[in-house]
Structures are given as C-alpha cells and as structure tokens.
Design a protein around this ligand. Structure first.
Ligand code: EPZ
Length: 433
C-alpha cells in the first residue's frame, strides 16, 4: 500500500507529496556550491512500472524516484489489482493477482504515461490521456501500431477499449520519432506471436533502459540503441529486478542552475553521455564542464553568453530542457534563438519569465530571447513540469523574492528539488498558499 502521509524517517518515503496549495518562495542572488545527487529517472521508471504487467510476479525496482507521477502510476497498478510497496528507494510491485483492465479517467487524466497499459496484449480500457498545458498530444501512433499487431481498439466515451486478442508480429514504420509509442510497441511485441520490426524508433536512454530490462526478463530484442528494432515474441517473461537509470533531465536542470548563477557544483549519479547535447550548449554559454560519469562537475561563467537551440529527438537537444535553457538565455549576453521542433507550442513558461523581467518574443515555434542584465522577483505560476523548473532557475538570480505557485507540477517530475537546491546554498522555501 502507498502511504500518503510523509513517513520518510521510517524508511518508506524520501519526499513528502506536495499539496495543491504548495508554493515556493525563492530569494535570488546566492551562489550555489557543493554536490547534488541525481535521482532515478521519471521517464525511465514509468514504462518499467507498466512493463510489470507483462509478467505476473514480484518485480523489484531499485533507485526508484518518489514523484507524484510514479505515485499515480502505482495507484493505477493497484487499481488493476497489483500490490505496490516503497521502501528506501526500492519499489516492489506484485502483479500476481492483477485482474482488472480498467485504468480510470480520474487517475489517467493527470498522467499521459498511463497509455502504456495498452501494451498488455491489447485487453484494456484506458482513459484517453488528459489535456496538457501545451497543445494536443495525440496517441494515434500507439493505436495504429497496436492495430497493426492485430489489436482491436476503439474509442468509447473517452476510453480506448481493447478486446483480449493475442497480438501478432508486424512491421511498423513510425512517421515521426515517438518515445511513448516506441516503448508501447516494444513492450507489446515481446509477447506477440512472431516477429515485429519497428522502424524509425526513439533511442532515448529511457527506451534503451526499458529494452535492457525486457531482455533481462527473457525478451528477444535486436537493434537496441539503433533506429530499427526486431522483436521476436516469446511465450512468457520473468519478473523484473532492475536499477532505474539516473534522471538526465534532472541532471541537466542542475547544470543549467550552475550556468545561470555562475556557480561551481558537482553532480553525483549522473550519466554524462545522456546529457551531452545540453553540456555542449552550456559550454557554448561559457561553462567549464568535467564529465567523469557518474560524477559531472561544472563551473558557470560570470554571465552566460547567448546560444541558439533547436530541440530534436535524442541524441539531439531535449525538448524537456528547452524552458530551463530559456531561463539561462534570459540573462545572457546577447540574443538567443530557441526553436522547439517536438512541441511547437511548448511555451507556457514565456509569459511567466517575462513577468520576471525577461525580454522574449515568440514567432510560431521559435522564441527570440534578448538577454537582460537582471531579472526582478515577482509572483508567478507554474504550468507544467519543465516550465516550473525554468521559473525556479530564473528566481535563483532574480532580485528580491519570487513566489512560484502550483508547484505540484514541479513535484510530478523532480524529487525534492527545493531541498536539493537548499543543500547547495539557495534560499528556497516551500510554503502553503
Ligand atoms: C515523452 O513523452 C516524455 N514523457 C516527455 O517528457 C518528452 O517531452 C517527450 O517524450 C519527448 O522527448 C515520458 O517519457 C513520460 P513522444 P511522449 O511520443 O512519449 C507526437 C516531461 O517533461 N506524437 O516522443 O508523450 C507528439 O505530439 C515529459 O518529462 C504523435 O503525433 O512524447 C510529439 O510532437 C513532457 N502521435 C512527438 O510525437 C503519437 O501517437 C513526440 O512525442 C505520439 C506522439
């Protein structure tokens, strides 16, 4: 059972779940120093949690991140009949008695990753994922891919309903690179009849990690880490026992914190290769970086220089770092041009950064950021996970006090970011509104 109330000291939880009314109060101007430990990755943990449905039994996930999104996925699994336990960064999931296929709207609407539940041989009733702060986030590739494997799926009153059929191998060529749909079809194909070939797949570290986990459970997957996968279906899989990989977006966010404050910090449990694209851009701004996995050290410049950024699927520049880098560019010397090619309207952070004194102009999916010498503290509102991280970074250098409301968005993807920043010397307080 998942405890709601904080019992960290008793060894079950590391961070108290936030309440909808939590806010952060940050007084800017302090340098950061010391080291931060990177937690397990949200975007690696969520598909692995869903993959536990592929093999009835007790699964063990070490280095598990305690976030509101992993809690939500745990609740969805419990809704299906699983038992979920947390203790000392280890999550145990027992799927021996899973007997339901329904993932209800009130749980799924907050977290898109619930769509992964469809991978369990098509027999499911999963609410269509809810709205997102920015633009439409279709799931057509998930559905088309599963239908190509013989799933009979239909949309019924806001739910994707699949009847219990044995999936078969198929060839599916992704018209665009999709992390979620790659994970979905990779999982579904492991137990399908015959061979599935997936072309133009995502190769994000979360995908490679999921593939490694499935192979260790008995799946037969060829081509991991390349854009073409061949998956030979097997009759059954063994339960999972794995370590969740470090969170590259959390690590990159801390690197950006050092860049924007001109500080020297060290990251522990950080896979440098997973953040290479961000490190290159930060070096362009004037940062000195020593990547020596699992330790990465960075020294930020007195004032960052402007850079141009275009997001792309891994190993390109991650869209999940677009907002945080925009905060760095907001105080840079010169003008930066930032284009998001993955989510053309992922800019809900822009008006909030402008409230803090940034000079940003939007033209379709491009932001022109004219660096200003100083930002001023103000009340601002978080709108999604990464937008809230960008506001935290900007507040670290803004004059005076910044109050960021709705930080439940932040807690969806960052484990105790405020505590970790306080340990590095930032003046950050979590308050109830
Ligand atoms: C994953 O989302 C991440 N979420 C996102 O991180 C991340 O922004 C995104 O990948 C891109 O890197 C998780 O892993 C839980 P996609 P996902 O399918 O899988 C389009 C965060 O902040 N598309 O790779 O949903 C889609 O609209 C979150 O941690 C379709 O058109 O992303 C987008 O333009 C936010 N049809 C593009 O593909 C589909 O069926 C890439 O989306 C699926 C996707």
């Amino acid at each position: 059972m998942i405890p709601d109330a904080p019992a960290a000291e008793a060894g079950t939880l590391t961070a108290a779940p936030s309440t909808p009314m939590d806010a952060l109060v940050i007084r800017g101007g302090r340098k950061l120093s010391g080291r931060a430990e990177i937690s397990g990755a949200k975007n690696a943990a969520l598909p692995v949690m869903a993959a536990t449905l592929l093999a009835p039994g007790v699964h063990t996930l070490h280095n598990f991140p305690l976030l509101s999104d992993t809690r939500t996925m745990a609740r969805v699994l419990e809704q299906l009949g699983a038992r979920v336990e947390f203790r000392d960064r280890v999550c145990r999931i027992d799927t021996s008695n899973v007997d339901s296929v329904e993932a209800p709207y009130d749980l799924v609407r907050t977290m898109r990753a619930s769509i992964y539940l469809l991978a369990r041989f098509g027999a499911a009733r999963v609410s269509l994922p809810g709205g997102c702060a920015w633009g439409p986030r279709p799931v057509n590739l998930h559905i088309e891919g599963l239908q190509a494997m013989g799933a009979s799926l239909e949309i019924d009153h806001g739910y994707i309903v699949g009847s219990d059929v044995k999936l078969h191998g198929a060839t599916f060529d992704f018209e665009i690179v999709s992390v979620g749909a790659t994970a979905q079809l990779m999982m579904a194909a492991t137990l399908a009849e015959g061979t599935t070939v997936l072309e133009n797949v995502a190769i994000e570290p979360d995908i490679t990690a999921l593939g490694d986990v499935l192979i260790r459970c008995g799946a037969r997957i060829e081509g991991l880490g390349t854009r073409r996968l061949a998956i030979h279906g097997v009759r059954q899989l063994k339960p999972i026992d794995t370590h969740i990989i470090p969170d590259r977006i959390e690590a990159a966010t801390f690197l950006a914190a050092a860049a924007i404050t001109g500080s020297g910090i060290a990251l522990q449990r950080c896979e440098a290769g997973d953040v290479a694209a961000v490190m290159h851009k930060l070096e362009e701004t004037g940062c000195q970086i020593l990547p020596d996995s699992p330790r990465v050290t960075i020294a930020g410049p007195v004032r960052p220089g402007a850079v141009n950024i275009k997001t792309a699927p891994f190993p390109g520049f991650p869209t999940d770092m677009q907002a945080q880098m925009m905060a760095v560019c907001a105080i840079a010397e010169g003008t930066s041009v930032i284009t998001d090619t993955i989510y053309v309207d992922r800019f809900t952070h822009v008006p909030e950064l402008v409230r803090l004194g940034a000079d940003i102009r939007l033209e379709q999916n491009t932001a022109i950021v004219k660096g200003v010498p100083r930002l001023q503290g103000a009340p601002v509102m978080a709108t999604d996970i990464r937008a809230s991280a960008a506001l935290v970074l900007a507040a670290l250098v803004a004059d005076g006090e910044t109050r960021i409301s709705r930080i439940y968005h932040l807690d969806r993807g960052y484990e105790a970011l405020d505590e970790k920043l306080s340990k590095l010397g930032a003046d950050v307080q979590r308050v109830q509104e």
